[in-house]
Design a protein around this ligand. Structure first.
Ligand code: B12
Length: 212
């Protein structure tokens, strides 16, 4: 039994095996971080490379994503366990036109685990939807995810809409962005308050926002 078997099961799109193997690793005492990084996220990078190389296509990419999701479902209780009163509210979503949600879901799980209330709007979310949810839930932070290069202009639009609402519509939120095509410099250029490279960085940044 090893984390490598989870990796292989994702590569073979064996959803049920992934779930069973993740459970076995948890029971065996393997660190959640290793299961996540080496078992579930690492194969997606290989899948992405194969997609770029044209040796694998969208249906396979989707099956791999579903296998990873099955593993994440098993990890969920361990990532979100918290008995404390929420330390802040985050409205989270993947920007318009983009349907990738695994990274976003992971960010949400770790934020919950760190004691934040998370309002997850799902994928394909535009600026106005972020604003309405933030107003309804008195959110402190809006977190935008995007995986496609074409999501970058969408992020820029969403951030501009939110910052305009901060100035003119009585909204008071910080905005952070993340996802492989974006980086710190881009975040600053489009007027976001922060960029996070991974889910732990999202948590660190969110904590900084609410503690000032
Ligand atoms: C799985 C997958 C899919 C699945 C998505 C299923 C799902 N439920 O998400 C499906 C099959 C639907 C899909 C579709 C497409 N995909 Co796709 N997909 C992938 C793949 C293999 C994995 C993505 C993933 O989940 N990674 C794992 C997660 C954990 O990582 P992550 O998202 O980066 O998140 C981490 C950080 O970025 C960060 N983070 C993420 N969000 C946020 C937010 C905040 C606020 C913060 C602080 C941090 C943060 O924290 C996360 C955890 O540490 C990638 C390749 C890759 N290696 O990324 C391609 C990839 C992203 N896809 C790609 C493409 C081209 C497409 C399609 C256009 C293909 C097509 N021709 O139809 C469509 C687009 C559909 C759409 N409109 O969105 C390209 C994008 C190229 C580009 N630069 O634009 C990639 C890179 C593949 C490639 N090598 O070409 N895809």
């Amino acid at each position: 039994m090893s984390v490598a078997e989870i990796f292989d099961a994702v590569m073979e799109y064996e959803e049920e095996d992934v779930a069973a193997l993740v459970q076995a690793e948890i029971d065996g005492g393997t660190a959640v971080k290793n299961i996540l990084q080496d078992g579930l996220i690492a194969p997606l990078d290989v899948i992405g490379e194969k997609f770029s190389a044209g040796t694998l296509f969208v249906p396979e990419m989707l099956m791999a994503a579903e296998a990873v999701q099955a593993g994440l479902d098993i990890l969920r209780p361990l990532l979100t366990e918290t008995g404390v009163k929420p330390i802040g509210t985050v409205v989270l979503g993947t920007v318009k036109g983009d349907l990738h949600d695994i990274g976003k879901n992971l960010v949400g799980l770790l934020l919950e685990g760190a004691g934040f209330r998370v309002i997850d709007l799902g994928t394909d979310v535009d600026g106005e939807q972020f604003i309405s949810a933030a107003q309804e839930n008195e959110a402190d932070i809006i977190a935008l995810s995007g995986l496609l290069t074409t999501s970058m202009p969408e992020m820029e639009k969403a951030v501009a809409t939110v910052q305009d609402a901060n100035t003119n519509r009585n909204l008071n939120v910080k905005v952070m962005i993340g996802g492989p095509p974006v980086h710190h410099e881009f975040a600053m250029t489009i007027g976001a308050d922060a960029y996070g490279m991974d889910a732990p960085a999202a948590v660190e940044q969110a904590r900084e926002f609410v503690t000032g």
